[in-house]
Ligand binder design. Structure first.
Ligand code: 3PY
Ligand code: MG
Length: 264
């Protein structure tokens, strides 16, 4: 069979502006529902949501039937863990808390096979190569991987120019929640000073030839960041979508009980 192409990386190459959501429900069924919603991509979060390669695998399998590109966010920079996520077929990784060019360069190494990197070879056991069914897998494997690093700390901001020079980093994603915390505004990702930093950083990322991304669950802010140059915007999370809809539905019945005036 042919190499599995990375649809997300293709969208970056085409310069398309895309939106997606974070997936944290740890459920292949929830993944399937999200995959039918019309987003350009989905991101399985294994940083804060209780995921690991064993729980991510069936979610990748569930989404594959719908053709929507899926990214994975690992919990750390461990090359052994990254190898496992790549091995189960994740082609785009969003790596949190990257603070230096050396960390970014080490991640580039982790996602590439020798001689360009240190990714271990075990395709007979890996879905990425469809257990050796993919012909010419090694010829295309590195080029189909997309490495996105998250800048979400003051140190990361201070080192942004050096990180942007790292060859092999495809995109830089700003995490407003951690960035706000690092800048002294814990719990205030929409603080004007945080927003101002994000507004100034997005065009710098684009100017360096990397794809800028950011999280913005409020649609107006998401559109605003797109207008600042964001190429890919996470516009929510399945957990929040479920909670917000559940709260609104419950509240609508409380209101109707109060407003109806009916006494049963
Ligand atoms: C953050 O906001 O800190 C994230 O990592 C995701 O948006
Ligand atoms: Mg974060």
């Amino acid at each position: 069979m042919e190499m599995i192409r990375n649809g997300f990386k293709a969208s970056l190459r085409e310069g398309r502006s895309t939106t997606g959501i974070f997936i944290g429900l740890v459920s292949p069924a929830a993944m399937e529902i999200a995959a039918t919603a019309g987003f350009d991509w989905l991101l399985i979060d294994a940083e804060h949501a209780p995921n690991n390669p064993v729980t991510v695998l069936p979610q990748l399998q569930a989404a594959a039937a719908y053709g929507v590109p899926v990214m994975v966010r690992p919990v750390n920079h461990d090359p052994a863990l990254i190898k496992q996520y790549l091995g189960i077929g994740a082609q785009t990784l969003l790596v949190p808390m990257v603070e230096t060019a050396a960390e970014a360069a080490a991640l580039v190494q982790a996602v590439r096979y020798p001689p360009h990197g240190i990714r271990g070879v075990g395709t007979a056991l890996e879905r990425s190569a469809r257990w050796n069914a993919v012909e010419g897998y090694f010829k295309h494997a590195d080029e189909e991987v997309c490495l996105l690093v998250q800048i979400e700390s003051r140190t990361g901001l201070d080192n942004l120019d050096a990180i942007l020079k790292v060859h092999g980093v495809d995109g830089v994603f700003i995490g407003p929640a951690d960035l706000a915390a690092s800048l002294g505004y814990l719990g205030q990702p929409m603080h004007p000073e945080v927003k101002a930093v994000i507004e100034s950083v997005l065009p710098r990322i684009a100017a360096a030839g990397k794809a800028p991304g950011v999280f913005a669950s409020d649609p107006a802010t998401a559109k605003h960041y797109r207008s600042c140059g964001a190429a890919f915007v996470a516009v929510g999370a399945d957990t929040s979508i479920l909670r917000n809809a559940a709260v609104a539905l419950a509240a609508s019945f409380k209101e109707s009980t109060v407003n109806s005036g009916a006494a049963y």
